[in-house]
Design a protein around this ligand. Structure first.
Ligand code: CO
Length: 151
């Protein structure tokens, strides 16, 4: 597997609506593995496929409680509100406060093509929402307050 260069803000692929995965095959498995290597190398807590140049609806999240891989993820329920500081590997050296749902239920497929449902709150809920936003061309800075550039 391989560590990829992370696509940075300004690249159009980050603003595209990523395409649903219609078939989970070895290419998707390779994509997931490359995303994991790239995220770990960058010390990130999540990554979306467009961030390594692939406009497909695939995300991974690992906030230190184990790796979650999701294909065609969808938020089916959200509740509460929480505001916290976020950053993004595609927007280096920038932080800002983003208000998001505090709890979400996300459904999607795992790498075996099995349907999974994840009930998340707090940081995990935030990370999932951040990564799913990437699939719709949304970056955290679009909705951030008190944006700081620490360059
Ligand atoms: Co991001």
């Amino acid at each position: 597997m391989a560590v990829f260069q992370i696509v940075k803000i300004g690249d159009n692929i980050l603003r595209e609506k990523a395409k649903p995965v219609s078939k989970i095959n070895s290419n998707i498995h390779k994509l997931l593995d490359n995303m994991k290597d790239t995220m770990e190398h960058a010390n990130g807590v999540g990554l979306a496929a467009p961030q390594i140049g692939v406009s497909k609806r695939v995300i991974i999240v690992d906030i230190g409680e184990g790796l979650i891989e999701l294909i065609n993820p969808e938020i089916i329920k959200s509740s509460g509100k929480s505001t916290d500081v976020e950053g993004c590997l595609s927007v280096p050296d920038v932080n800002g406060e983003v208000t998001r749902a505090d709890k979400v239920v996300v459904v999607g497929l795992n790498r075996k093509g099995e349907k999974v449902e994840i009930k998340a709150e707090g940081l995990l809920a935030r990370a999932l929402q951040h990564e799913i936003d990437h699939l719709d061309g949304i970056l955290f800075i679009d909705n951030a307050k008190n944006v700081q550039n620490n360059e």
